[in-house]
Design a protein around this ligand. Structure first.
Ligand code: IFM
Length: 509
């Protein structure tokens, strides 16, 4: 890397992040803070019809040709067969924690009732490998992975019947794995997930109605179903936390939380209406999930804008949901600008309920009026999200469950990702120094995976996978080597300024 490039990287870090300019090392974070990386079952495992797994709604969605590239997760990263090698790689990389999810339909193919012994063995094997290598285990129970049989039977997350089935499934996981697993997340990204699954139709079960769908949907009601799905999810989450606290916590001593998708919303201008719009967007993004968990009810601004389409909690439900979490996980990738517009029908951003326009940069057109030109990295946005959680929701323990950058670029020399990760880790450190209760940071993703909206066209991995090769070989990217050096050798975050050759000293072969 030339002197000029080095200068620009330093300039970039200086502009974006005060911690990074002086550099930081692993030891600037507390000993019990964990650094890790993650995957999720459908995106990683493949083997969708093997050893008794029944289809999840992802299989139905992808096999109906709903992905833009018509891809499926049939093989994905082949984690079902390569988990042992991968757990070793996690350890060799120096990761301290690994976040993954369980495929409900692999563990309990009928959605309820009998446990599949081969599914049970698979997850026990993974967990045992991680324990052997001293890696802290973080499990998500539902990462967009519902047994199709429950979707067919009662409409999945749209029916309160799921509460009992989800609680029973979680109970099996606690009973079978809870002796070794102490960090449980009930649901991944219920907020954005509900919008994409029931509003725009881009995620399974792919439901939407005109004019809100981005894909073609055969059924759905975009104005109502996202709110029902989140409501049921919150009740199911609460029921699982209650089960854990009453039956397992005393002995297993673990914690249960929920995960939310988060972007930071800047007002587009300093006008009062834009300031209000950016606050409204935060109430819909964070408050939709966190306000019930902290105060027992939805934010007032949601009740006002959504009206009777927003389900309500009974007094008993409200009492149960309040404080039913031990930590909050956030997934964070970028920031947006929002500006106000009057409520109008036909707007695609969240049914018009938030009545805001989104732009990723100041020069982009509003959402729905042309594609954004790029998604600029904004590490400060993560710090602002973390500080907002502290100020607004009583400083709960927080894990940055996902942070990373997707790229169509297959290159092993992913300098951009190193700059991105190090600067976002720096802004996490800044937030901690400002008193935010952050307990861990997970890069997304440990390796290239089947990606939600893009199939195999977008790579997030520290490790590269050649998806044209049936053997799915793993190869360390520069980011894997850099992260490894940062963790194993207490390397500086500024190692990015070194040459590639220097970094190969940390190569994970
Ligand atoms: O790959 C996804 C993950 O499954 C959920 N959060 C966002 C990631 C990147 O799009």
């Amino acid at each position: 890397m030339g002197v000029t490039a080095f200068f620009y990287i330093l300039l970039f870090l200086w502009v974006h992040d005060a911690a990074a300019i002086i550099g930081f090392t692993r030891s600037d974070f507390a000993q019990d803070f964990v650094f890790g990386a993650g995957t999720s079952a459908y995106q990683y495992e493949g083997a969708v019809a093997e050893d008794g797994r029944s289809p999840s709604f992802w299989d139905t969605f992808t096999h109906a040709g709903k992905m833009p590239d018509k891809s499926t997760g049939d093989i994905a990263a082949d984690g079902y067969h390569k988990y042992k090698e991968d757990m070793k790689l996690i350890s060799k990389t120096g990761l301290e924690a690994y976040r993954f999810s369980i495929s409900w339909s692999r563990l309990i193919p009928n959605g309820r009732g009998a446990v599949n012994p081969k599914g049970l063995k698979y997850y026990n094997n993974i967990i045992n490998e991680l324990v052997k290598h001293g890696i802290q285990i973080h499990i998500t129970l539902h990462h967009i992975d519902l047994p199709q049989i429950l979707e067919d039977e009662y409409g999945g997350w749209l029916s309160p019947r799921i509460i009992e089935d989800f609680t029973a499934y979680a109970g099996v996981c606690f009973r079978e794995f809870g002796d070794r697993v102490k960090y449980w997340t009930t649901v991944n990204e219920p907020n954005i997930g509900a919008i994409a699954a029931y509003g725009s139709g881009q995620l399974p079960p792919g439901r939407c109605s005109d004019p809100f769908g981005i894909t073609k949907c055969t059924a759905g009601n975009s104005s109502i179903e996202p709110y029902i799905a989140v409501h049921t999810t919150l009740l199911a989450h609460t029921s699982v936390v209650k089960l854990y606290r009453e039956k397992y916590k005393a002995e297993q001593k673990g914690v249960v939380g929920i995960n939310i998708y988060s972007y930071w919303s800047y007002p587009f201008t300093n006008s009062t209406v834009d300031l209000e719009a950016s606050q409204r967007s935060k109430d819909f993004m964070f408050g939709w999930i966190l306000e019930p968990l902290v105060s027992g009810d939805y934010p007032e601004v949601m009740k006002k804008n959504v009206g009777s389409r927003l389900p309500s909690f009974t007094k008993i439900q409200s009492g149960l949901i309040k404080n039913s979490f031990d930590f909050i996980g956030i997934n964070h990738y970028f920031s947006v600008y929002v500006n106000d517009r009057p409520i109008e029908r036909g707007a695609r951003d969240f049914n018009g309920d938030m009545s805001v326009y989104y732009r990723v940069s100041r020069t982009d057109p509003p959402a729905g009026q042309g594609a954004p030109t790029n998604v600029p990295s904004d590490p400060k946005g993560l710090q602002l999200v973390l500080e907002y959680l502290k100020e607004t929701y009583g400083n709960p323990p927080v894990y940055v469950h996902e942070n990373g950058v997707g790229s169509p670029n297959d290159s092993l020399n992913d300098t951009d990702r190193v700059v991105y990760l190090s600067s976002y880790m720096g802004s996490t450190l800044d937030a901690i120094r400002n008193g935010v209760n952050v307990r861990g940071y997970f890069a997304w993703a440990f390796m290239d995976l089947f990606e939600l909206l893009a199939g195999y066209q977008s790579k997030y991995g520290l490790y590269h996978i050649d998806f044209d090769d049936m053997r799915r070989p793993r190869q360390a990217r520069l980011s894997a080597r850099w992260y490894s050096g940062f963790l194993k050798k207490n390397g500086s975050s500024l190692l990015v300024s070194r040459t590639h050759e220097d970094l190969t000293l940390n190569t994970v072969s």
